[in-house]
Ligand binder design. Structure first.
Ligand SMILES: Cc1cc2nc3c(=O)[nH]c(=O)nc-3n(C[C@H](O)[C@H](O)[C@H](O)COP(=O)(O)OP(=O)(O)OC[C@H]3O[C@@H](n4cnc5c(N)ncnc54)[C@H](O)[C@@H]3O)c2cc1C
Length: 496
């Protein structure tokens, strides 16, 4: 039996970066990261990866304390990146050193609905409110962009401090530096646990190993919740469902566009914006789709490929002739309330770090540092935050707001998919009415007032096994309300 001080289940950026922080804190620690070497379906290996925070804001972000708290973490992460990368580079050979490509253009074009304008304006408001530098680009004339005539930007802004970096190269670098510093990487999968008294004593792996440790971190992306299911205490607050937002993206070569910076739309329907990220080797990354599912999978669908190919002329019609070098498929871990899950679970020697959805890569230096610190007994650099994992879901919207928001997203999606109707028709209004009726029905079946995100409501509105899915969520909410009535429930999270 192998024995360590700390075992981390999950070898994406959050697991690996936390391992690196731990060993830097104390190089006498014996640390193992368990995860399959191929990382198939993992989020990190599919990410762009934009280091975006203000440009991730939507028109609801700043209307709640919890939305602001999340944005503030993201801004702190942006500030942390240069020093974090310098430290990583100092341990890499000169040829492997990594650099951020600074600069992000956000464009507003007319290939979507009203939601784009709301979110675009929200990005500008947030930049002003949070004193982040940005400049307006006259007439939306982004250098090197060559969109189709009917997709010309109406407006654009440039944020010099938000950029991108190659996620796969960063992950490789973190893994190899951690490994050289003494972290052991096991090419395996955790399938269960052994318990002793009220603690976990061993992780059991698919290959039959029992890996013993004093402390455990679960950072297994979308698989984190199912991995923790056996450890749940029946009457205590449950961990939120973690869903998979499957993203498909493509890298291609030789576009001739010569763009040096990220070009992106604001976040769009379903919570995912379109973006083009230049690589260091003459390639461009075009992403991404976002399909919310109960479980992860690793396949690009014809529908996702069609969506991306259709979308390319919003940036550069020369992509038509570019050669595809790689398809990327990854599953973003999305918690039910859309906020990250950071902290201890039911046992006092087990922590979780997941639910980071669209910006877990960007936030990784900060989240890793915080998690390493709390696992070593500190209070963590995030201090007393609102994202403790055993919480009641954080509410960012009322039920009526959620119904409005879903309608807005779906009508926008209709126009994103080239929806056309006679000018005199009231197609948007008619669609909105239908969507509202269907969503009210879903809410009645769920028996909750909680404002769910549009992609979750979308999943529940039209799934083939709609009743089963609604039943699953209803059961979760019933468990939450039972646990909330218990006086001694473990609930460390302060009001947000
Ligand atoms: C297409 C796409 C584009 C994105 N773009 C961006 C972006 O531009 N900027 C940004 O910040 N974020 C982006 N994201 C989101 C970001 O990738 C995630 O938030 C982040 O990578 C999550 O990291 P993680 O370590 O939690 O999860 P993952 O990277 O999914 O890692 C989890 C790991 O755990 C392993 N694992 C699973 N089950 C087990 C088990 N039972 N035992 C052991 N190991 C297990 C998996 O193999 C995987 O390697 C994007 C995601 C996608 C899919």
């Amino acid at each position: 039996m192998n024995s360590y001080d700390i075992v981390i289940a999950g070898n994406g950026i959050l697991g690996c970066a936390t391992a690196l922080e731990l060993i830097r804190n104390d190089n006498s620690l014996r640390i193992a990261v368990i995860g399959p070497k191929q990382r198939i379906g993992g989020a990190t290996i599919a990410a762009g990866a934009m280091l975006n925070c203000i440009t991730e804001v939507n028109h609801r972000t700043l209307s709640t304390a919890v939305g602001k708290a999340k944005l503030e973490i993201s801004i702190r992460a942006l500030e942390a990146w240069p020093a974090w990368l310098d430290a990583l580079n100092s341990e890499l050979s000169p040829t492997r050193r990594l650099a951020i490509r600074n600069g992000t253009y956000v464009i507003l074009n007319n290939r979507a609905g009203r939601l784009d304008s709301l979110n675009y304006n929200a990005v500008i408001d947030a930049a002003i409110q949070y004193h982040q530098k940005f400049e307006r680009v006259p007439f939306g004339n982004v250098p090197h962009l060559k969109p189709g005539v009917d997709a010309r930007p109406l407006d654009s802004i440039y944020l010099a401090d938000e950029g991108a970096i190659d996620a796969r190269q960063v992950l490789n670098a973190v893994e190899s530096v951690a490994n050289r510093s003494g972290v052991v990487f096991l090419d395996d999968t955790v399938v269960g646990w052994k318990r002793k008294n009220n603690q976990v004593s061993c992780a059991i792996t698919a290959s039959g190993e029992e890996v013993q440790a004093d402390r455990f971190l679960v950072a297994a992306g979308v698989a984190s919740r199912s991995l923790l299911a056996d450890l749940a205490e029946s009457s205590a607050m449950p961990l939120q469902p973690i869903l998979a937002s499957k993203g498909v993206a493509v890298t291609s070569r030789g576009t001739g566009s010569g763009g040096e910076h990220v070009v992106r739309t604001p976040n769009r329907a379903g919570g995912c914006g379109l973006h083009m990220v230049p690589g260091s080797d003459g390639t461009v990354y075009l992403g991404a789709t976002g399909d919310l599912m109960m479980q992860a999978d690793e396949f690009q669908t014809i529908g996702a490929v069609r969506f991306l190919i259709n979308a390319m002329d919003q940036f550069d019609k020369r992509l038509f002739h570019s050669k595809i070098t790689q398809w990327h498929v990854g599953n973003r871990p999305v918690s039910l309330d859309g906020f990250p899950l950071i902290g201890r679970v039911w046992q006092d020697n087990v922590w979780v770090l997941s639910g980071t959805h669209r910006d877990g890569f960007h936030c990784s230096p900060l989240l890793a540092r915080h998690t390493a610190d709390i696992m070593l007994g500190g209070i963590g650099i995030l201090g007393d935050h609102c994202f403790a994992p055993l919480r009641r879901p954080l509410s960012a919207m009322s039920r009526e707001d959620a119904i409005d928001e879903l309608s807005l997203h779906l009508v926008s999606q209709f126009y994103e998919n080239s929806g056309k109707s006679p000018a005199y028709s009231e197609v948007s209004e008619t669609l909105e009415k239908q969507y509202r009726t269907r969503t009210r029905e879903t809410y009645d079946k769920l028996e909750i007032d909680f404002g769910l995100a549009p992609d979750i409501l979308g999943l529940l509105n039209w799934a083939v096994d709609r009743e089963a899915k609604i039943g699953y969520f209803r059961q979760y909410f019933q468990q939450v309300s039972r646990a909330s009535q218990e006086k001694d429930v473990y609930n460390p999270f302060p009001a947000c």
